[in-house]
Design a protein around this ligand. Structure first.
Ligand code: GLA
Length: 618
């Protein structure tokens, strides 16, 4: 391969359009493996890296977050690539513009003198919807049955995606004068499967598309994980939160004589709706870090900065099976993760503890961090107009089918589908079974809500099953709303909507489906009828702001739904389940002057929304 290094160093700041690179003169930063050590430019090298996901941060804030990472003492940033964020619909070309401009993010890191590790998946886990896989894979029965295997039904889609993605990374490699120093193959594959051909195909796909920096895999520190997830000619790395010496001993036993790299040092953790808020003692995490560095290990903080699961992007996990199948555990909107750099960029005690450990170990004084971001003053936003969700759904196109269709079959990524059918009665009380419900349903008979049914028990407003009382002629509406797709474990296939509906033992056929995608704010006609507070509805309010700054919307008094700020989906709120009570509304989303707020409330609305000056994560 030939390359022409640029002779001048150009810094591309976050916010500028990405170019074709390279941005940094050649001759710096090529990473290699030499026996059991890493070398960079021929010198022994220890990676001190932190994960920062561009897809969880508005682009105007990328540079700020990377500066904070450098100020902690990291010389490398690591990011995943979330396929579904770039290609949410099958027939659209992958989008690499705006907040999705991966090249600009890599260039911003280079501009701050950071090395970059890229983990392009295609599966990334990461508490991200479907682990980064596009939901439309589930609409193809063969691809859906073959996820994360060497079956072409799945792999052909990956290859087409890699044709778009890999060149963006390849042209920014250290070997070509950029700063990408290493690339991961898949993600913790040993936690899922053992299809060696699949991993080999991904490795070869990276090589054939020009990746020539070291390739690695990352897995749990144990025999089954490592034997399933590693490749002989790729570095094996391990992921853990504590007991680092045991973890590296397991790696050494499996793969003797290679450098010890912790690709995910879990110094915090994420939260599920309906559970407590997780934190980790900074001193405990710092002691673990100090041990690793003293032992000569390389480390990547998972995470240095978590950011936010804006919009519909939070994933979910599954728990132990109960009487109704395995528990479903949706992940909250904040991805603060109790990371050293908070969700809003604030520097935490963990940041300063890590900074001290790194500075003592490297004898280098890191750059000073940017000042704390300013915050908006507290205020109250009053709702001035509410329109029923049902009337918005009335204006959507209708898909008619004998059996209820999944969201994916309807071409919907995430949102709400109203499944409508007609049933004859009368019946005093008949059991209604919502098979495959994912995830929350509001049941109404002749326009009157009669029950709420949920796949998860985190909110008492949703029951596990229901009965209905039917008159002679009935219109039965099941308004189903999706939560995140499972992102980890054996039950990765998580289609949304319904697979079947039964009245007692009898299947109900003949459905009219009206869908509303909530990835972005849908078009709304506010001139419709006024909604009641306990109706599923869109609500509107506005606030004047003098100077945009970070804000936090406190949803106390509301039940469950989404908030859109100036058209941008800030994510799901669910104070009825907790632990998170406020949604982060970062400065770049506010405007000087009038700011519009729209909420979709799915159970019972409040009358005002509080803008508060600090986050409440539980
Ligand atoms: C694993 C995955 C990550 C993330 C963490 C938990 O290590 O590789 O993507 O899901 O678990 O936060």
């Amino acid at each position: 391969m030939t390359q022409t290094p640029s002779s001048t160093s150009t810094t591309i700041a976050a916010g500028a359009p990405s170019t074709d690179g390279p941005q940094i003169p050649k001759g710096t930063g090529v990473l290699a493996v030499a026996g059991n050590i890493l070398v960079r430019d021929g010198e022994p090298h220890q990676i001190i890296s932190g994960a920062v996901h561009y897809f969880r941060i508005p682009r105007p804030l990328w540079r700020d977050r990377l500066q904070r990472l450098a100020a902690m003492g990291c010389s490398t940033v690591e990011t995943y690539v979330a396929w579904n964020f770039h290609q949410p619909h099958r027939d659209s070309r992958p989008d690499f513009s705006g907040d999705r401009d991966l090249g600009a993010f890599l260039d911003a890191a280079a501009g701050l003198d950071l090395d970059v590790i890229v983990r392009p998946g295609p599966y990334i886990c990461a508490e991200w919807d479907f682990g980064g896989l596009p939901s439309w894979l589930l609409d193809d029965p063969q691809a859906s049955a073959a996820l994360r295997t060497s079956d072409p039904a799945y792999l052909d889609h990956v290859d087409a995606w890699f044709d778009h993605l890999v060149p963006i990374i390849a042209r920014r490699q250290a070997s070509r004068g950029g700063r990408v120093v290493a690339v991961q193959v898949e993600n913790e594959y040993g936690s899922y499967g053992n299809d060696r051909h699949y991993l080999e195909h991904l490795r070869d796909g990276l090589l054939e598309r020009g990746i020539d920096v070291p390739l690695f895999t990352s897995d749990g520190p144990g025999q089954l994980w490592l034997q399933g997830g590693t490749l002989d000619d790729c570095l094996a790395t391990v992921n853990f939160g504590s007991r680092q010496q045991e973890a590296f001993a397991a790696l050494e036993a499996f793969r003797p004589g290679q450098p010890g790299i912790c690709m995910e040092f879990w110094n915090g953790w994420f939260d599920h709706w309906g559970a407590g808020h997780t934190t980790r003692d900074p001193e405990d995490a710092a002691a673990e870090l100090a041990g690793m560095l003293a032992d000569g290990r390389s480390v990547n903080f998972y995470l240095a900065h978590g950011g936010t699961n804006f919009g519909v992007w939070a994933g979910a996990n599954t728990g132990e099976p109960g009487p109704n199948g395995p528990a479903y555990l949706p992940t909250v909107t904040s991805y603060d993760y109790d990371a050293p750099i908070g969700e809003d960029g604030r520097l935490t005690p963990k940041f300063w503890a890590f900074r001290d450990v790194i500075a003592a170990h490297t004898s280098r004084r890191p750059p000073e961090p940017p000042a704390d971001p300013p915050r908006l003053a507290a205020a109250v936003i009053t709702i001035d107009r509410s329109i029923p969700l049902a009337s918005v759904l009335d204006h959507q196109p209708v898909t008619v089918s004998p059996t209820p269709q999944s969201f994916e079959a309807l071409g919907l990524h995430h949102g709400v589908v109203r499944y409508r059918t007609r049933v004859h009665g009368p019946f005093e009380s008949a059991a209604l079974h919502l098979d495959g419900l994912a995830d929350l349903a509001s049941v109404s008979v002749n326009q009157t809500t009669s029950a709420r049914v949920g796949r998860t028990t985190v909110d008492p407003a949703y029951a596990e099953g229901c009965t209905v009382t039917l008159a002679e002629d009935n219109v039965l509406d099941l308004t189903v709303h999706s939560l995140g797709r499972v992102n980890f474990g054996p039950r990765l296939r998580d289609p949304k909507g319904l697979s079947a509906v039964r009245l007692e033992f009898q299947h109900l056929f003949g459905w009219e489906q009206s869908a509303l995608d909530l990835t972005e704010l849908p078009h709304l006609d506010w001139s419709g009828p006024q909604a009641d507070q306990d109706q599923q509805a869109f609500h509107r309010g506005a606030i004047m702001i003098d100077e945009p700054a970070d804000g936090y919307l406190d949803l106390t008094g509301w039940h469950h739904g989404y908030v859109f700020l100036n058209g941008f989906n800030l994510g799901r709120y669910w104070p009825a389940a907790g632990p998170q009570r406020t949604l982060y509304a970062p400065a770049p989303l506010w405007r000087q002057g009038r700011n519009d707020l729209v909420l979709l409330e799915l159970v019972a609305a409040g009358t005002t929304v509080a803008l508060v000056d600090r986050p409440v994560l539980g």
